[in-house]
Structures are given as structure tokens and as C-alpha cells.
Design a protein around this ligand. Structure first.
Ligand code: NAP
Length: 313
């Protein structure tokens, strides 16, 4: 029978958190293995230009940044497995991981499987993604100087992103499915006081226009109370309807908050299971930036290295 391969460090997910963890664990001679996951490179691979990652005064293309991080991780001896984690047993060490085609053992596990923005699920939304449709105002707002944009959602993110977008856009229309916002009062007030922001109540998008032109020219919305449809013109379509952390396979094995984000011990990447560390968006519902993910990825590798050292001593 073939022996199951054992690794000192297995990293689940290959976004900025996972790849930074790999660079650090690689340089510590731990020969980490990265399991790529469903979206190799993570959320940045669906962003066009990244202008806020330090070190790139002229900005850098999202996929290029992730490729460079990958190359850097490879240079220090990281192995990659283009596969997704299907099952994991964290009840004893080494942890047992089941992938599509293989089983692995891991002395430590760094979870950096990220979070995925929620989408409405419209075909037009998918087709115009990156062409005016975005789920990240911080990343893409800058490209809408003096343009009209819409923000979908009524939570804190929607208010924050709408307010942020007024720095660039001429007009920001928030489209919300109810007649009451979910956002904290203070965030609501700030948005409502802003003369560039208008709220369209009781409405849901039914189609992003215009797939034929391959750019956003507006959105067809439906009033959920009257059933009436109308078109709101805009050049940018921003979703702020929440994120879902990719933690399903760790359910019931790790401590998570009510939204299924992994809970880490403050000031570290330690999870509720010794030897399991979490970095990046999978444990962060607040900042969700590439640079903060990279920072916690670095922490996770250092935490894993020290954990291994303490076990060997
Ligand atoms: P959220 O609180 O879950 O709000 C999501 C919003 O999107 C809700 O208004 C919801 O409508 C709407 N929505 C969900 N699915 C929809 C759909 N299919 N179609 C149309 N609308 C839909 O998410 P969030 O705003 O991203 O916030 C997530 C967490 O981060 C919250 O705990 C929030 O407090 C926190 N946060 C804090 C700050 C801050 O303090 N600075 C900033 C951002 C986020 P309903 O209201 O009808 O459900």
C-alpha cells in the first residue's frame, strides 16, 4: 500500500494570505504544500488593477501580483497542488486531509481559504464582471471618477462603500430590497447626509445593462411592492450584499463566529485547535484587504514554525 505523504505545513488556499504564509514557511525550510483551491490566486485574480498594495506606485495587475507571489513561494521550495480540500480530520495530529485524488497528513495546517463575495446570480452580472460590475468598491471605485454608480445592499458595507464611492463618482444610488436599512444608525446617517447619495427603496436588480455593449450602462430594477420595472442609468454596479467565508469543510471542528468566520486568538493566528492557524479573509470580516491578508499569512507561518519547534523540543 502506498504511504500517505506527510507535510510539516499544509496551506489551504492560494490568495495573498496563503502565498505569503508559503513564502515565510518556505524560507524557514519547512517545504510547505499549498492546496490551490477553487480559485487559484484568490479574489485578486478577478480584480483588474491593484493600486493600494505597497511597493507598486504605478499599480499592478491583480493576476500578475498573485503570479509573482506564487513564483516567490516556489523559489523557496513551496509545492503546489491544483486541487481542492474535500474533507479534513482535525481530531488528532497529524491532521488528515482528503483531496479529490489524494490523502495527505499535515503536522500543521494554515487555513487561508478566503471568503467569497455574494453575488445576486444574474447572468448579466456575471458577464459584465470586471467591466463595470464589481464586488469591491475599495478596489475599483477609483475607476469611476465623475461617473454614476449604483450600490446594491442595505448593510454597513453598502453604506460604507456608497460613502467611499462619493469621493470619485458624481452620483451614487443605493438600491435596497426593503424600506428599511440594516446598517448601523450612524452609518445610515452619514450616508443619508451625503448629497451625492440617493436611496432607491423596495427594489431589486433584475438585469445589468448592457451585455451587448460589453459595458455597464444601467440596471433594470423591479419594485418588489408594485412589481413595476424601471431603468436606472449608471456606469458602475457595485455589490455589497455580504461575503461568505469558505469554511464549510471545517464546520463543527473549529470555533467560528455566527457568520462562520474562523475565530483566532487575538494578536495571533491560533484557532481553537492547536496546530491549526487561520489567516486572511477566512478569519477577517472587517478589513478584507490583500495587504492585511498577507500580513496575517506571515503571522500564520511564524506561528506554525514556532508551534513545530515547541513540539520537537
Ligand atoms: P450584511 O450586514 O449581511 O448586509 C447585507 C445587505 O445586503 C443587507 O441589507 C441585505 O438585505 C442585502 N442583501 C443580501 N442578499 C441580497 C440579495 N440577494 N438581494 C438584494 N439584497 C441582498 O453584510 P455587510 O454589509 O457586508 O456586513 C457584514 C458584517 O461586517 C456586518 O456585521 C457589518 O456590521 C460589518 N461591517 C462593519 C463595518 C463598519 O463598522 N465599518 C463596515 C462594513 C461591514 P436585508 O437587509 O433585506 O437582509
Amino acid at each position: 500500500m502506498e504511504e500517505i505523504k506527510r507535510f510539516k505545513v499544509v496551506i489551504v488556499g492560494s490568495g495573498p494570505a496563503g502565498l505569503t504564509a508559503a513564502i515565510y514557511a518556505g524560507r524557514a525550510m519547512l517545504k510547505p504544500l499549498v492546496i490551490d483551491g477553487m480559485q487559484p490566486g484568490g479574489q485578486l485574480t478577478i480584480t483588474s488593477e491593484v493600486e493600494n498594495f505597497p511597493g507598486f506606485p504605478d499599480g499592478i495587475d491583480g493576476p500578475k501580483l498573485m503570479n509573482d507571489m506564487r513564483e516567490q513561494a516556489e523559489k523557496f521550495g513551496t509545492g503546489f497542488m491544483f486541487d481542492t480540500l474535500e474533507k479534513v480530520d482535525l481530531s488528532q495530529r497529524p491532521f488528515k486531509l482528503t483531496l479529490g485524488d489524494a490523502e495527505l497528513l499535515a503536522d500543521t495546517l494554515i487555513i487561508s481559504s478566503g471568503a467569497s463575495a455574494n453575488w445576486l446570480g444574474l447572468e448579466s452580472e456575471k458577464k459584465l464582471q470586471g467591466r463595470g460590475v464589481s464586488a469591491c468598491a475599495t478596489c475599483d471605485g477609483f475607476f469611476f471618477k465623475d461617473k454614476e454608480v449604483v450600490v446594491i445592499g442595505g448593510g454597513d458595507s453598502a453604506m460604507e462603500e456608497a460613502t467611499f464611492l462619493t469621493k470619485f463618482a458624481a452620483k451614487v444610488k443605493v438600491i435596497h430590497r426593503r424600506d428599511e436599512l440594516r446598517a448601523a444608525k450612524i452609518m445610515q446617517e452619514k450616508a443619508m447626509k451625503n448629497s451625492k447619495i440617493e436611496i432607491i427603496w423596495n427594489s431589486v436588480p433584475v438585469e445589468v445593462l448592457d451585455v451587448e455593449k460589453n459595458e455597464v450602462t444601467g440596471v433594470r430594477i423591479k419594485n418588489v411592492k408594485t412589481g413595476e420595472e424601471s431603468v436606472v442609468s449608471c456606469q458602475g454596479f457595485f455589490l455589497a450584499i455580504g461575503h461568505t467565508p469558505n469554511t464549510q469543510m471545517f464546520k463543527d471542528q473549529l470555533e467560528m463566529d455566527e457568520k462562520a468566520y474562523i475565530i483566532t486568538k487575538p494578536g495571533s493566528t491560533y484557532t481553537s485547535v492547536p496546530g491549526v492557524f487561520a489567516a486572511g479573509d477566512v478569519q477577517d470580516s472587517v478589513y478584507r484587504q490583500a495587504i492585511s491578508a498577507a500580513g496575517t499569512g506571515c503571522m500564520a507561518a511564524i506561528d506554525a514554525e514556532r508551534f513545530l519547534e515547541s513540539k520537537e523540543a
